[in-house]
Ligand binder design. Sequence first.
Ligand SMILES: CC(C)(COP(=O)(O)OP(=O)(O)OC[C@H]1O[C@@H](n2cnc3c(N)ncnc32)[C@H](O)[C@@H]1OP(=O)(O)O)[C@@H](O)C(=O)NCCC(=O)NCCS
Length: 192
Amino acid sequence: MPDWPSNLPSLLGHGLQLRPWLNADVESLHLASQNEDIQRWTTVPSPYTLSHAQDFVASRPMALAQRQVAPFAIAHGESDSLLGSCSLMRPDFANRVVEVGYWVAPWARGGGVAVKALTVLCDWAGEIGFERVEAVVLAGNDASAVVAERAGLGFEALLKSRVLLDGKRHDVRLHARVLTEAGGLAGVRSGA
Ligand SMILES: CC(C)(COP(=O)(O)OP(=O)(O)OC[C@H]1O[C@@H](n2cnc3c(N)ncnc32)[C@H](O)[C@@H]1OP(=O)(O)O)[C@@H](O)C(=O)NCCC(=O)NCCS
């Protein structure tokens, strides 16, 4: 059975730190969440207000304690400034399977942050006992599909009409990495 943590650790790797959310992140979280790609491809509220950001940060410890999500802020390894978000979600403890979710703030894109963060997150998922990690990517979100592939989560299937979002049904791509097999790091570039 995976060993779900009661306190989120800080994970270091590839010039990044994945750490618990802090009150100091609220302003950057609010700003990043205005981004049209984050609005379009994730389930963040729209419009996204400052109180959404405050509530999100305040509720993360409870979400962890309820074993719903292990929510990491992606921060710069040296400055600690907020670069994005990545989480383990919907843990299936019996089958040792967990889903990942991620976004990168517009000011931090194009430098490999998502691939590196996802690689660190998948390694940690394996350390705590998960054996398969899945990413569910809306069809058309090509950048996210590339990120998943580069982090070692290969494309497995197109799930027709799998997700209901904003009143419309969407196809999704299922990507996965079996952690008991070799993988990951395929496309990690140097530099943070
Ligand atoms: C998808 C997202 C996380 C990528 O973040 P990032 O840190 O810029 O990603 P990386 O730099 O690690 O890698 C992105 C790769 O995708 C490629 N890419 C970017 N846009 C692309 C597109 N429209 N089509 C194909 N590839 C694309 C980049 O060229 C890069 O590959 P490269 O290393 O060969 O240059 C970011 O754009 C984002 O937050 N999007 C909105 C939220 C979202 O979609 N989250 C995922 C939900 S499943």
